[in-house]
Design a protein around this ligand. Structure first.
Ligand code: THU
Length: 141
């Protein structure tokens, strides 16, 4: 079983590598697979602001493009202004990222726990709570 605090620290390390010169808001995400593998991502902004990629989306892109297909067990997300990552309220994945995460989860037929780390609390939710009645690959069968 994935250790919560270890995964949060991996997300924190990822956030330190964010490319976010426009918002100055750094986000890190860590995806833990059932075989013990962890894939991380950080947000990647662009001078054309709307092209920004969220940390969770980057992590999903890395995972799928590296052929991770096993059950996704857990996701950790941490965020904050540069130098203050994890020091505010927990931040939960945006709507697009929930959908991106669902794709990986569906491939492995899992419903991962999502930990959103803040200064004083870690929110714990299931992906199915964040994205009920999700649209996924099974709909296209
Ligand atoms: N961001 C993420 O990386 N993940 C989310 O779930 C929400 C927002 C990033 C996008 C942008 O670089 C910055 O946070 C401010 O919106």
């Amino acid at each position: 079983m994935t250790d919560r605090d270890t995964l949060i620290e991996q997300a924190r390390a990822a956030a330190a590598k964010a490319y976010a010169p426009y918002s100055n808001f750094h986000v890190g995400a860590a995806l833990a697979f059932a075989d013990g593998s962890v894939v991380t991502g950080a947000n990647v902004e662009n001078a054309s602001y709307g092209m920004t990629l969220c940390a969770e989306t980057v992590a999903v892109g890395k995972a799928l493009s590296e052929e991770w297909r096993g059950p996704l067990e857990a996701v950790a997300v941490i965020a904050g202004k540069a130098g203050q990552v994890g020091l505010g309220e927990p931040v939960s994945p945006c709507g697009r990222c929930r959908q991106m995460l669902y794709e990986v989860a569906a491939l492995g037929a899992s419903d991962p726990v999502v930990w959103c780390a803040g200064e004083h609390e870690v929110l714990e939710m299931k992906l199915s709570d964040l994205l009920p009645r999700a649209f996924g690959p099974e709909a296209l069968e």
